[in-house]
Write a protein that binds this ligand. Structure first.
Ligand code: AP5
Ligand code: MG
Length: 224
């Protein structure tokens, strides 16, 4: 079977985590969200967490070196040998170059960079109402995707909380960091023929079925 080596790209709040939940269910891929990895490190007070916290609280990116080491470790472990879904990595051209190098060294390549797009004002509305569960990071929205019982995860019964970096000022900072440092990856992947665009303002179900259709086409093309 063809490998699926996938990257989810897009502004904060575009729906990367929401779609990742669904794609992991579809394809049983190892899933690496650098945001989740970093938040867990902060919560567990590890050395990585201590180094990352001040950047995350400000809405800045953590230094490339710090996060590239995290991803390199996952690749070295062998668990991503047959495919992966990366969410929130790469986020700078330096990180994209590191990923390309790590794959090339293993004679592998990226299948696609899936760009989910949403305008800034939509992002602000979404992040102010986002809730995530403490156990498995399942994602909800108080208005657009509410849980059945308030503040309780439908899937695992754990408590729903608001992320520290979802305060309006931090969201605005994250958006400007996205436009300055991450958006250049759109051209970078486009020039390599790897970019696939999705309209993140559609419903989560519609976005999911568009991504699935694109991945099915790519798999067929790879077999020809
Ligand atoms: P990270 O956790 O990756 O945050 P982000 O990129 O800002 O993205 P979000 O998780 O906020 O949004 P999402 O696209 O996943 O949206 P979601 O599906 O939750 O990173 C956090 C921080 O960690 C960074 O600021 C940085 O400091 C650091 N970091 C992480 N990776 C790094 C890296 N590689 N390098 C350096 N630093 C790094 O959806 C949002 C809301 O919208 C939810 O409420 C959801 O229910 C709702 N929603 C989703 N889809 C739809 C839809 N189609 N219609 C209506 N509502 C929807
Ligand atoms: Mg996310």
């Amino acid at each position: 079977m063809t490998e699926r080596n996938l990257v989810l790209l897009g502004p904060p709040g575009a729906g990367k985590g929401t779609q990742a939940e669904r794609l992991v269910g579809d394809f049983d891929l190892p899933y690496y969200s650098t945001g989740i990895i970093l938040r867990e490190a902060v919560e567990q007070d590890t050395e990585l967490g201590t180094q990352a916290k001040e950047y995350m609280d400000r809405g800045d990116l953590v230094p490339d070196e710090l996060i590239c080491n995290v991803i390199a470790e996952r690749f070295d472990s062998g668990e991503a040998d047959y495919g992966f879904l990366l969410d929130g990595f790469p986020r700078t051209v330096g990180q994209a170059e590191m990923l390309a190098g790590a794959l090339e060294k293993r004679e592998r390549s990226l299948t696609a960079a899936l760009l989910i797009e949403a305008p800034d004002e939509e992002v602000v509305r979404r992040l102010s109402g986002r809730r995530t569960c403490v156990k498995n990071n399942h994602v909800y929205h108080v208005e657009f995707d509410p849980p059945k019982s308030e503040d309780v995860c439908d899937q695992d019964g754990s408590r729903l909380v608001q992320r520290d970096d979802d305060q309006p000022e931090t969201v605005r900072k994250r958006l400007s960091v996205y436009h300055e440092q991450t958006a250049p990856l759109i051209d970078w992947y486009s020039e390599k023929g790897l970019l696939r665009r999705f309209d993140g303002t559609r419903t989560p179900e519609e976005v999911h079925s568009h991504i699935r259709a694109t991945l099915a086409t790519l798999a067929l093309e790879a077999e020809i």
